[in-house]
Design a protein around this ligand. Structure first.
Ligand SMILES: Nc1ncnc2c1ncn2[C@@H]1O[C@H](COP(=O)(O)OP(=O)(O)OP(=O)(O)O)[C@@H](O)[C@H]1O
Length: 232
């Protein structure tokens, strides 16, 4: 399912997004090829909308978005298999009552053999600090624990791209570090929307949104400086 990192590309061509009466993104043209891309900007500047365009959760009103050659509008299913999405609120994506069942859910849908499902779930539990949580009821977990379950459920499907929309909001220092360490290690191409500027150290590219337009697009250092200066 995964393709070589240097072959990946997400293209935005003349993308315009209207939601109801609101023009959220007037015109976006860009290509994403870097492995670690951050997205920052003021509340309501269009970051989540941009992130959701990448896996077809939001479709452009005009223009086109293509991920690794697949059009998000015409080939949504292929795009969704390539692009994992982690929401700020894990309750948006957890569907099964127990941790183990929830992490296994996507794998079963892909019709993987039982032993492989088992092995992948075990590995994910371990990797995300959830060893021993398999039989635990999701609704009895803390918000941060649920977020780690949601993260494990996305990663277990081994997407090529991983989009994370403010994933660390609910997390304590340890789990924030775990998520950031995972992001640094994985071979997936990552798009991270965040208000936590410390998370962007080591990123290849950071895009700053302001009122639906790109205010700056460059290194983390420059992007953060521009963002801070703009809102000083
Ligand atoms: N369904 C909708 N109908 C009308 N306006 C919408 C809709 N969805 C989003 N918007 C508007 O689009 C703009 C961009 O929203 P978006 O969620 O992309 O911003 P954001 O940068 O992610 O904000 P935040 O940092 O607060 O999460 C906001 O002004 C929002 O109110």
């Amino acid at each position: 399912m995964t393709i070589a990192p240097d072959k990946r590309e997400a293209l935005f061509e003349g993308v315009r997004v209207e939601r109801g009466e609101t023009l959220v993104l007037p015109a976006l043209d860009l290509a994403l090829t870097e492995r670690r891309i951050g997205v920052i900007g003021a509340n309501g500047s269009g970051k989540s909308t941009f992130a959701r365009l990448l896996n077809g959760l939001i479709l452009p009103s005009a223009g086109r978005v293509a991920v690794d050659g697949f059009d998000t509008k015409a080939e949504t299913r292929q795009v969704r298999r390539r692009v994992g999405f982690l929401f700020q609120n894990p309750d948006n994506q957890i569907v099964y009552p127990t941790v183990g069942e929830d992490i296994a859910f996507g794998l079963r849908r892909h019709k993987l053999p039982k032993v492989e499902v088992r092995a992948r779930v075990e590995a994910a539990l371990h990797r995300f600090g959830l060893a021993g949580f398999e039989e635990r009821l999701v609704h009895e977990l803390s918000g941060g624990e649920r977020q780690m379950v949601a993260f494990a459920g996305v990663m277990v499907l081994e997407p090529s791209w991983l989009v994370l929309d403010e994933p660390t909001t609910l997390l304590d220092l340890k789990n924030t570090a775990r998520v950031m360490r995972t992001i640094a290690e994985i071979e997936q191409s990552v798009l991270l929307v965040t208000h936590d500027l410390d998370c962007l150290a080591g990123f290849d590219r950071v895009i700053v949104f302001e009122k639906g337009r790109i205010l700056h697009d460059g290194t983390p250092r420059d992007a953060i400086a521009v963002y801070k200066a703009f809102h000083a």
